[in-house]
Design a protein around this ligand. Structure first.
Ligand code: GDP
Ligand code: MN
Length: 380
């Protein structure tokens, strides 16, 4: 789960990483009020779950409350790479002497957490990595040994920070970032830029914070930060029904059991010349309620013209899935053509059950490719 900048900064604040004071606003009027409360110049920042907001015109300085309201009018409603701005973070403006970069993420290959630090911050870190790789200091933390303060010093000296006060402040932030990363089960904690003010104060001016979905049950307060409105409405509905669903832009609705098979199903629909409308994983079971829930999400998408059920029976038996499909069709009125491919445990039995019931809009196909071709044909 990706957090907005203001939410990530709230978690930074909790572990003691310095951030600027700010307020959330959803209207120009609220932006003005926020700026009045904060006093003095502020920065008006678009809150969207994507980076590069500055370049896209989503970050603007305002000298006073009136200007904050004007900037808010310009930024609200802006489309930043498909993300429409509905929230603003109004923050007390900082004077910037230097922009650094600090992040902590996973090095999956090494099975360790990976720090990256450079004094060439502010810009795209990919650009620094490509153009001046020597300026980017990397350091891995063994999860069994944990973090040790010498590692922070190695990062700071390695990047060539020479001011003793800066060294001390950054080293402290490096340690606290590890605390946030481990404490909130994060997958990414990035500060770009980590600034030094003209007075020599170091603080996080931006935050990119991703928390592992699988650990959210341990952090109910973080789980509550999820913005359901920002998600695709169908994906939000799916989440409520505990259906694993990702919307795509084609017209063949895809239902599989198991993430791997469902991914292959998306591929095979494309291979057959069609365009998948979604990814939907039935998971382990194939009970009627699961099928009804999945179908009710998929058919909400008006682009769907045909549905392709791809089931491989393992522990889940095909006869059970077949009964689930029939029961689901009995419970909901569904006119769309459906193609079912059953293979694996009790496949023969499952096909027979479907053949005997013979709903008018349901076709059974023996192989994945043939079924995909048929579904693509029926969607056309
Ligand atoms: P991003 O473009 O989405 O990464 O958003 P950032 O929060 O990193 O802001 C982009 C840039 O705006 C920063 O690199 C700064 O140069 C500038 N900026 C953001 N906040 C302030 C501020 O308080 N004062 C000044 N002077 N510039 C700021
Ligand atoms: Mn940034």
């Amino acid at each position: 789960m990706d957090l907005y900048e203001y939410q990530g900064k709230e978690l930074f604040r909790r572990v003691g990483i310095p951030v600027s004071e700010g307020r959330l606003a959803t209207t120009p009027g609220e932006a003005r009020q926020a700026a009045e409360v904060l006093g003095g110049p502020v920065v008006v920042k678009a809150q969207v779950l994507t980076g590069g907001r500055g370049k896209a015109g989503g970050i603007k300085l305002a000298a006073n409350a009136h200007e904050a309201e004007e900037r808010a009018k310009e930024i609200l409603g802006l489309d930043i790479r498909g993300h429409v701005v509905r929230k603003l973070w109004i923050e007390r403006a900082s004077d910037i002497a230097k922009e650094y970069y600090l992040s902590l993420t996973f090095d999956r290959g090494a099975k360790q957490a990976l720090y990256m630090f450079t004094t060439e911050g502010g810009v795209d870190i990919e650009q620094v990595a490509a153009e001046s790789p020597d300026a980017l200091v990397q350091l891995r933390v063994d999860p069994l040994e944990g973090f040790h303060p010498w590692q922070a010093r190695r990062l700071v000296y390695g990047a060539g920070v020479s001011d003793p006060s800066e060294q001390k402040q950054i080293a402290a932030i490096v340690g606290k970032l590890h605390e946030a990363f481990v404490g909130f089960d994060a997958m990414l904690c990035e500060i770009n830029p980590l600034i030094v003010t003209p007075e020599g104060e170091v603080k996080a001016l931006d935050s990119k914070f991703t928390v592992d979905d699988n650990a959210l049950f341990r952090h109910p307060d973080v789980a509550e930060m999820r913005d359901l409105e920002a998600a695709d409405p169908l994906e939000a509905l799916a989440r409520k029904k505990h259906v694993t669903y990702v919307r795509l832009d084609g017209d063949v609705g895809v239902l599989g059991n198991g993430a791997g098979l469902t991914m292959s199903t998306v591929d095979v629909v494309t291979f057959a010349g069609g365009r998948p409308a979604n990814f939907c994983d039935l998971g382990g079971g194939g009970d009627a309620q699961g099928v009804v829930d999945a179908l009710s999400v998929i058919t909400q998408d008006p682009q769907v013209k045909a549905i392709f059920f791809n089931i491989f029976g393992g522990i889940t038996r095909c006869d059970e899935v077949a009964r689930g499909i029939l029961q689901a069709l009995g419970e909901m009125s569904l006119e769309l053509p459906i193609v079912v491919r059953l293979d694996g445990t009790n496949a023969e039995e499952g096909r027979q059950i479907l053949a005997e019931a013979a709903p008018a809009n349901l076709r059974v196909s023996p192989t994945m490719l043939e079924a995909a071709k048929l579904a693509v044909e029926l969607a056309a």
